[in-house]
Design a protein around this ligand. Structure first.
Ligand SMILES: [Zn+2]
Length: 158
């Protein structure tokens, strides 16, 4: 009997624990010329903001980086043109502007309402292969901190 190959579930670049992602997710997001070479996996996704690895094959060892995928990856990028919710087109810079202007963002409620009404397709739309609400929540916190810092500075300067 053939023994199962050992699974390497930590990112080969930064050593953080990868999260399992379906092969169909990797298949959807890779540049077309790389899709034909895709192994059997299982595949993992690296969540680290400052690591250039997006996917890695936990058995075959293949690594796919930011430059190998078609869309900006919300876990690894901020600013204009970066989606947070890939199903309903919620953009990072719009959430940031809402938080800096008003202290919070309606993005989570907006996404939840549309999920309930229309259903979502994160397995294929989101490079992370899963729901965006965790990332949106963390991004709101980051921008709330930014807002506090900038308000503190303007109070001190005034
Ligand atoms: Zn990594």
């Amino acid at each position: 009997m053939k023994e199962a190959s050992p699974l390497h579930t930590k990112c080969p670049r930064d050593g953080c624990q990868g999260t399992p992602v379906e092969r169909v997710t990797v298949q959807h997001h890779l540049r077309p010329e790389l899709r034909g070479l895709l192994g059997e996996g299982p595949f993992h996704f690296c969540e680290s903001a400052d690591c250039s690895v997006v996917y890695f094959d936990a058995v075959g060892g293949a690594v796919y980086e930011i430059a190998d995928v078609l869309l900006p990856v919300s876990y690894k990028a901020q600013g204009i043109g970066v989606p947070l919710c890939y199903c309903f087109g919620v953009m990072d810079d719009a959430v940031r502007r809402q938080v800096l202007d008003g202290g919070t963002s309606t993005a989570p409620q907006h996404v939840k309402a549309r999920m309930e009404a229309e259903g979502c397709h994160c397995v294929t739309t989101n490079p992370a292969g899963r729901c965006c609400l965790g990332v949106i929540g963390r991004r709101i916190q980051i921008y709330q901190q930014e807002r506090q810092v900038s308000r503190g500075e303007s109070l001190r300067d005034g």
